[in-house]
Design a protein around this ligand. Sequence first.
Ligand SMILES: C[S@@+](CC[C@H](N)C(=O)[O-])C[C@H]1O[C@@H](n2cnc3c(N)ncnc32)[C@H](O)[C@@H]1O
Ligand code: SF4
Length: 377
Amino acid sequence: MIIPLTLYIHFPWCLSKCPYCDFNSHVLSDEKAIASYVDSLLVDLEIEARTHKGSELSSIYFGGGTPSLLSANMVTKIIQQISKSFTFKPAIEITLEANPGTIDLKRCEEFQHAGINRISLGIQSFDDEKLKAIKRIHDAKQALAAIDVVKSAGFTNFNLDLMFGLPGQSIADGLKDLQAALNFMPPHLSWYQLTIEPNTLFAAVKPSRLPHSEKLWEIQQAGQDFLSKMGLKQYEVAAFCRSAENTCRHNINYWQYGDYLGIGAGAHSKITAINHSVKRYWKTADPRVYTQSEDFIEGEEIVATGKIPLEFMFNALRLYQPLSYGLFQERTGFTIDSIKTQLQSAQELGLIELADDSIVTTKHGKNFLNDLLEIFL
Ligand SMILES: C[S@@+](CC[C@H](N)C(=O)[O-])C[C@H]1O[C@@H](n2cnc3c(N)ncnc32)[C@H](O)[C@@H]1O
Ligand code: SF4
């Protein structure tokens, strides 16, 4: 049994805090904080490398926050350091999240020379009024320019993040955003419904003119139909790709219950032992405390054995593809019979169909994914 391993690197700084964001991200008040954070990342990496030396990585993901605030030299240094302790799978995917307003052509070319081969751009919308309503630091013109520089720098693999359910958004507005994105022929698109998360500014002061649930449903259905007509394949709740080669392999590994190492403030790791026991641990979340820390780990848990099959299902059911019994057994160490009762309930409710070798989520199951996931909670 070889479970794929990926590496996540968290960068917690942003130029401003968006009012809907509940990620571990903080306003950068002093540029010097970046250099000392990178020093800590390298130590964190070295500690992880002691236990996992020689392991093969199938992807690396610089997420945030706004990792495009890192200099290309810093990215180069981190990737070189990783390559000293780990082996890279041939054609490894190395993604960096970038925000419009923080990149130009030179920077993008330098990121590419540093080893980044996939950029994920946080566009959100191409409509200035909507961008203002969610207090993004960039306007539509900068969003368009950012995609241009990513393409001009030679990135053939890139993702655009868009959101729907924005204040005052109509179905036509939502489709207009999708069309504007498709004009760039993106290999990958992420289309998220704006969620009002607790502990965000939007939770305290709800923005006016948020679309109600019926409208949200209509925008979502219209958008999914449109993307499908335009040749994009939906392979997860919010993820669309032009071809199978363009899926986000890093995220697929999470959904398929693969293993991952996380370095950086608040980053989580999951490691499966040879006897199939699963350990999770996580790093100190506050970046200022993280940079003062010595071992970085804030907590850990061994997943209760009985919970492993349920955790697997909770993740894997998000993927819009048949879920093979073989993968279930490989990743959990259990046979599919261990979740027979839950599968029967889901089948009786018309949420899944059971084939000879796999589980197939029905259209009804996709539309009521939360009901399906709850069965495995
Ligand atoms: C890790 S975030 C940040 C990426 C980048 N810092 C940015 O904001 O452009 C990745 C994506 O999650 C989405 N996202 C963040 N908060 C959200 C929320 N409350 N509801 C829906 N989508 C959200 C946005 O589309 C965002 O681009
Ligand atoms: S830029 Fe991205 S990570 Fe930073 S606050 Fe805004 S949504 Fe959050």
